[in-house]
Design a protein around this ligand. Structure first.
Ligand code: NAD
Length: 372
């Protein structure tokens, strides 16, 4: 029945995001009526109208506590199309040159930067200087130094800096974290994170170190790094790593194709992870404790996330990650809500410090100490 409906919707051209929204709406309708939200709505401008921004904008149509109200783009055509599609007033549209004028716009609370990684810092710093809250995509920057400058600028301006870690709000992920925190898995002994996909176009910014800061580790391996931390509840203290490169033309110096890495944690737990731009079907987490385990596959894609533990299947609802993230960001910004796993700059810079240590371990062949 569900498959037939999905096939029908796909035939009539409904996008994957719309399909997810439809399922969630159906689920919501069947659930008990929620009280109508009458709190503050986070008014967001998206900067960089590329493929992930498209997904975020669609998902935000399902938000109750956040709303897409502004656009910033370097491409006039795109700006016009988006403006018409989302009914955005011209006074809330900017290009990269006049973007700083946003400081005089009282109708925008936050700017969500969704550009190539190395451009996040400059736009986040400009956002902070304009007195607006900054949301950056992951990785928050192309390196640790850039990330430090973003944190400093937001601190100085007294605005919040949040990073798009959508998995920190995903219900099945949160259930595994709850089980681990409440001791249901016993002492954690091991985490495995496998993250990868086969990357296409050799000319894209993801394969240009100036814009990306690195290869698969910066883009997809970061999910294993971040996952190893929220799954175990610990920070790694050492790393060993091995790099393999089968296509040195496509994956030039500084752009890692495949890296396997191992972490040690203070408790004695270890992790074994794989990050690659050369294999599909790699999206799997496994967490093992003395009394139980959790296995998730897919573990970090747009969903539905699926998984089971030694207690049975994970049955928490499927959500539109970006919609939940933006509603939660609204709560964090307006009410200082503390999410179960932090999403601020201080949290995100740790991933960049750990990735730098992974790169050093892969380059030197040595066990590298980590202190985040
Ligand atoms: P994309 O190439 O589809 O879009 C990038 C956008 O930035 C485009 O609109 C492009 O016009 C703009 N841009 C501005 N200056 C540019 C320049 N000098 N070179 C190239 N593009 C420039 O990329 P994307 O997949 O949307 O990724 C954008 C960011 O979002 C990245 O940081 C990426 O890691 C992140 N991302 C996050 C998730 C997630 O699940 N959280 C998923 C995908 C991407």
């Amino acid at each position: 029945m569900k498959d037939t409906r999905r096939e029908f919707l796909q035939k009539v051209g409904v996008s994957a995001v719309a399909l997810q929204l439809a399922s969630v709406t159906t689920w919501a309708k069947n659930a008990k009526a929620e009280p109508v939200y009458d709190g503050p709505v986070l008014r967001v401008a998206i900067l960089g109208l590329g493929s992930y921004a498209t997904r975020v904008a669609e998902a935000m149509q399902g938000c109750t506590k956040a709303k897409l109200v502004g656009l910033i783009s370097g491409t006039p055509d795109k700006l016009a199309k988006w403006q018409a599609k989302y009914n955005i007033p011209a006074k809330n549209c900017y290009n990269y040159q006049n973007f700083d004028d946003i400081k005089h716009n009282p109708d925008i609370d936050a700017v969500y930067v969704i550009t190539p990684n190395a451009l996040h810092p400059d736009f986040v710093i400009r956002t902070a200087k304009a007195g607006k809250h900054a949301i950056s995509e992951k990785p928050m920057a192309a390196n640790v130094q850039q990330a430090e400058s973003m944190i400093a600028a937001c601190k100085q301006a007294g605005v919040k800096l949040l990073v798009g870690y959508r998995m920190h709000f995903e219900p099945k992920t949160l259930e595994v974290i709850r089980m681990r925190k409440e001791g249901e898995l016993g002492k954690i002994q091991f985490f495995q994170g496998l993250c990868g996909f086969r990357i296409g176009d050799p000319k894209q910014w993801r394969l240009n170190k100036e814009l990306s800061g690195g290869g698969s580790m910066m883009d997809i391996g970061i999910y294993a790094v971040n996952g190893s931390r929220y799954m175990t509840g610990e920070e790694p203290i050492w790393v060993t790593a091995q790099e393999t490169k089968t296509d040195p033309v496509k994956f030039k110096d500084g752009i890692d194709e495949t890296i396997q890495f191992q972490f040690g944690f203070p408790s004695g737990a270890t992790a074994s992870c794989l990050s690659t731009y050369m294999q599909n079907n790699l999206d799997k987490f496994f967490l093992n404790g003395e009394h139980g385990y959790a296995e998730m596959q897919p573990s970090t894609n747009y969903g539905p996330i699926m998984g089971h533990t030694n207690q049975g299947e994970l049955t928490q609802p499927t959500t539109v990650h970006q919609a939940v993230q933006m509603d939660e960001f609204s709560e964090i910004i307006f009410h200082d809500k503390q999410p179960p796993v932090p999403v601020d700059g201080y949290e995100a810079i740790k991933d960049l410090k750990i990735i730098a240590a992974v790169y050093e371990a892969a380059k030197t062949g040595k066990k590298v100490s980590i202190s985040v």
